[in-house]
Design a protein around this ligand. Sequence first.
Ligand SMILES: Nc1ncnc2c1ncn2[C@@H]1O[C@H](COP(=O)(O)OP(=O)(O)OP(=O)(O)O)[C@@H](O)[C@H]1O
Length: 753
Amino acid sequence: MAGRHEELAREQAVVTRLYDRLDTLRAVARERLADVRRVGPSGSPQNRSERDAFATLYADRAAQLDAVEDRLAFGRLDLDDGEVRYVGRIGLADEEHRTLLTDWRAPAAQAFYRATAVHPDGIRRRRHVVTAGRTVTGYEDEVLDLDAVSDGLDVSSLSGEGALLASLATRRTGRMADIVATIQGEQDRIVRDDLGGALVVQGGPGTGKTAVALHRAAYLLYAHRRVLERSGVLLVGPSRAFLRYIDQVLPSLGETGVVSTTVSELLPGLRAEGVDEGPVAEIKGRLLWRTAIRRAVRARERIPERDVPVRVDGVDLEVRRRDVRDAIARARRTHKPHNEARATFVREMLARLVDQYRARTDSELSDHDVAVLNEDLRADRDVRVAINLAWFPLTPEKLVADLWAKPHRLAEAAPELTARQRQLLRRSPDAPWTESDVPLLDEAAELLGVDDSLARAESRAAEAQRAAELEYARSVLESTGAGGGLVDAETLAARFAESGPVLTTAERAAADRSWTYGHVVVDEAQELSPMAWHAIVRRVPSRSLTIVGDVAQTSSAAGATSWPAALDAVLRDGWRLSELTVSYRTPAAVADSAQRVATAAGLPVSPLTAARDLPDALHVERVDDPVVAAAARAADLAREHVSRDGSGRVAVIAAQQSVPALGERVAAALTDALGPAEASRLAAQRPEDAQVVVTSPREAKGLEYDAVVLVEPADVAAGPGRWGDLYVAMTRPTQQLVVVHARRLPDGLVDEG
Ligand SMILES: Nc1ncnc2c1ncn2[C@@H]1O[C@H](COP(=O)(O)OP(=O)(O)OP(=O)(O)O)[C@@H](O)[C@H]1O
């Protein structure tokens, strides 16, 4: 066997060749892009949009190639038959189309993640190649051939933990990194699971649910590109801060086309900044709003109490109750949304008024007379008022705001709520929208629709144009081979068709409330209310979803305590459950303690085994003043973990009401401990980049830090998120948890003295 030095040199030669090939492909993509751009802004609009479409295509390719620079190749498989296969972020081939590097998502790479000594899958040896920049700095072998093991090869790293543990030990940067080089077998099975149906991944804190969900999105885009490129993938996360935390993962895997959003931002153009108190959020989360919103809409289709006299062109007419009833029935029979069906209602009413006019004046009316009379009727104020009262055109915002501001509207729409519950929902019409209003607004938008008769005529004309463009795009792809798996004819045609800036599928989808996606990924899914599920499932008619979460970490009063309770109503039996059980984040002492606390509190915890333990990972201190002590501990931990290069994160997690006072104390303690220069460097950091933060459990959800000071656990557990919040708070650190308390410790959180 070659010495380590020679092996490293050999791997370096391979890796150098791969980067050379990457550089060549980058140069080609840039050249093509430059060629397209060089043509300049001339030619017919058709030529210009074609050029823009190709520019986007080459720019996408260039961006994809740039994104895979770091750890381009990380694995090597030696097969029983002597073949050697390198695994990396993307697939690369040489000029003769011979494979140089296998995309981690390709079937040929699967064994890199799944093969074991017991099930070697034709693999003799698996090697993790470690690189820093373009330099190979090490490798780690796992010999999967039990005969070879007995031949005396190095077997100390059979489980491949070296690369994994090294990656877990790195300082946190405030941005999640991909795990493509070290995905574990149980995770890989989820990543590569079928596209169809809803896959629910339940797992304790730090089991890699977020990482797995993102890698699965990248895998599905690779394996089902034809379907998903056109329809897009939606990622729903709990907050903007969380989306920012994960926003580099997909690009680093060469994928940029995923739309990410929160429930608050689900409706284009509307930002819900408010948060409802627990009981209000719970009530607004109930599925009863599907019926209640329908009733609220119907209430705007109303027969007047008596016939309404109107006078048009000197003739006395009546807006009659029975005419309104018939017109309403006709409009409803169109099964169109309220605002769209209104056209039918108005047409019917005018026709009846014209009939009355004809009868009253005893006159024959020509088509022209009828048209003029229709105009007069439409222009008449009393007629307009009567028609509007009977079929009121309205926006989703107006409909829902009226429910909260006008008690009689709410009583009429939601009689199943008690008077006390309705009182809780009372709100002024100018109060900001909340996250739990959004699914109701979405429901209202669905039932109200927009008056799109003009838009429909335009879209018919556009359809014919599009068919021609699609045909053309197909011929372009065939003749140039430009797609390279990145784009299909539909997408390219859509890009041809755009006027103005060229929009990608993701951009078009994000701007369109009624867009339906090919796949939806939901993270921290336990927080979603039944109404939020309803709004999300509407966006994916195929019901193809990846849902990841932990029902033991639920903090929202509207969230789930079991998956069947959350999902059966919206997905029936169209979902399957997978579980992750190894915590990659939290050291064993911390994970075990958190499990004990959560179990003692009766939370529905999943089994959890920590991948590693660290000495002194858990430290519990009884103190007189937790705020003062927490600030001092935070400063100690900052000295230990935070570095000037921007890496290293420390969090102080406390009940929401203590956060402001703690913030001031911690700032002062940092100045004392680290000096004014370092303290002001830290103080100047933007909140999303801050290396030392004071935060509530809710804001820390889904995130992680090198070290955490947990302040007064009893107060955290008494907050709105109850024990779920405490479980979240305890499981944020990757290295160390320091607990400071004056009150009694919750059961299971032992004081180590
Ligand atoms: N196979 C792996 N290789 C390397 N790191 C991993 C692996 N799996 C998970 N991790 C790391 O473990 C940490 C926790 O992962 P992640 O945030 O995805 O967990 P989670 O289950 O979503 O946690 P939570 O329930 O707290 O939201 C992250 O730093 C992630 O990169």
